[in-house]
Every structure is written in structure tokens, then in C-alpha cells.
Design a protein around this ligand. Structure first.
Ligand code: HEC
Length: 188
């Protein structure tokens, strides 16, 4: 958890710092490590952007639960790259222009299931305004939302994100249908 949170913060701050100035918001970040080095090693994700049924279900859930803050077309709040006077951030974009795709499946899942306050509880300096949805959305719902979000990504962003997930594998408990995991009802 600690290792994960640190990598999340690193990705978040580097993404935020470079996004405002560079055309490619992740150019600086990409140089830190190379997720393509294991290219070809398959990563199976419970969030599959090529599964039309899962993507459709996720789009509806996104509109209901996320769009009011992150935008109806995944565009984020206006000027989301700028930190606010109190050091917080506005809801970022989830498409290629954001940095959602920098994070592993596990980090993305935890962000939504737990919310930012819980995720960063060991880091009192970080004030997060991202709510937790653990009481509202099932695990299957959360993966469907990410299938939809991923469906907006370029092949390069998808491959980058698969690389991040490869370095931070999902425990079985996160995988619907796995032994110890929740039951999947979407996309079967
Ligand atoms: C009440 C507004 C609000 C709602 C609703 C909301 N978010 Fe957020 N979200 C935020 C804010 C603000 C941030 C910026 C970071 C922070 O404050 O932790 C954020 C950050 C995130 C991040 C981190 C992105 C990154 O690149 O670091 C993810 C992922 C995310 N939200 C996903 C979702 C999803 C999926 C939903 C719907 C289930 C959702 N959010 C609903 C406000 C919201």
C-alpha cells in the first residue's frame, strides 16, 4: 500500500507539473521507466475496452456517478492541471489528455473504491476531493467504468497502462470471478 501510494503521488505530481507546459503531458514521466520493456507479455485486466457490453455498462455508470465532476466526455474540469489556492486539484480528465492512464489497474480501482481520503490516509499533507464509491458501486461496476474510460485511450496509452499494471499485479481479490474475488456479471 505504501509503495503504491508513493508511485501514485509521483505519477500525479509529475503529470500535473508537465501537463500545463508540454504538448505531451507525460513526456517527462515516460523517461523514468520503460513499461514497454516487457512488451508482448500479456496482462489480463478485468476492465476490457474491447468488450462492447462492458464498455456500454461502464458508460452508463460513468454518466451517473462520475460525469458531474470529471465531465460528460471524460474531459475533466476546466484548468484541472492548475493546483488550487488550498493545494487541491480539480477533477482531472480521464481521456488521453489526462493522466489516469499512468496508473496501474490496482491504483485506479483503489482510488474509486476507497476514495482519496482513505487512499492517502498516511499522507496528511495530501487533501483529496475524490469521493469513495465502495458503498455505491460493486467491484464489477468499477471495472466496467474503467473499461469505458480505457476505450477512449490511444493504443500507446493502453499499452503504457498495461505496463504499469504488469509492474503492480492485481491480487485475486480484485478480480471478479477469481477465487476470493467478487462475482462478475458484466461482459460475460
Ligand atoms: C465530487 C467530484 C468527483 C466525483 C463525483 C468523482 N471524482 Fe474522481 N476525482 C475528483 C477530484 C477532485 C480528483 C483530483 C484528485 C484528488 O482530489 O484526489 C479526482 C481524481 C480521480 C482519479 C485520479 C486520476 C489521476 O490521474 O490521478 C480517478 C482515477 C478518478 N478520480 C476516477 C473517478 C471515477 C471513476 C468516478 C466515478 C465513479 C469519479 N472519479 C467521481 C473528484 C470527483
Amino acid at each position: 500500500m505504501i509503495k503504491l501510494s508513493l508511485s501514485l503521488i509521483a505519477a500525479f505530481s509529475v503529470g500535473a507539473a508537465t501537463a500545463a507546459s508540454a504538448e505531451s503531458p507525460s513526456a517527462g514521466f515516460k523517461m523514468i521507466y520503460d513499461p514497454f520493456k516487457d512488451r508482448g507479455v500479456e496482462v489480463t485486466s478485468p476492465a476490457d475496452p474491447d468488450n462492447a457490453k462492458q464498455v456500454r455498462a461502464g458508460a452508463a455508470l460513468y454518466l451517473e456517478n462520475c460525469a458531474e465532476c470529471h465531465g460528460g466526455a471524460l474531459e475533466g474540469a476546466e484548468n484541472w492541471q492548475d493546483s488550487q489556492d488550498d493545494g487541491t486539484y480539480l477533477p482531472p480528465a480521464h481521456d488521453d489528455t489526462g493522466h489516469t492512464w499512468h496508473h496501474s489497474d490496482k491504483v485506479l480501482f483503489d482510488y474509486v473504491k476507497l476514495g482519496g481520503e482513505e487512499l492517502f490516509k498516511d499522507y496528511p499533507d495530501i487533501v483529496s476531493n475524490m469521493p469513495g464509491f465502495g458503498d455505491v458501486l460493486s467491484d464489477t461496476d468499477i471495472w466496467a467504468i474503467y473499461a469505458y474510460i480505457k476505450s477512449s485511450w490511444s493504443p500507446e496509452s493502453r499499452e503504457w497502462q498495461a505496463g504499469a499494471s504488469r509492474l503492480d499485479p492485481l491480487p485475486d481479490a480484485y478480480i471478479p470471478g477469481a477465487v476470493g474475488g467478487s462475482q462478475s456479471t458484466v461482459g460475460e
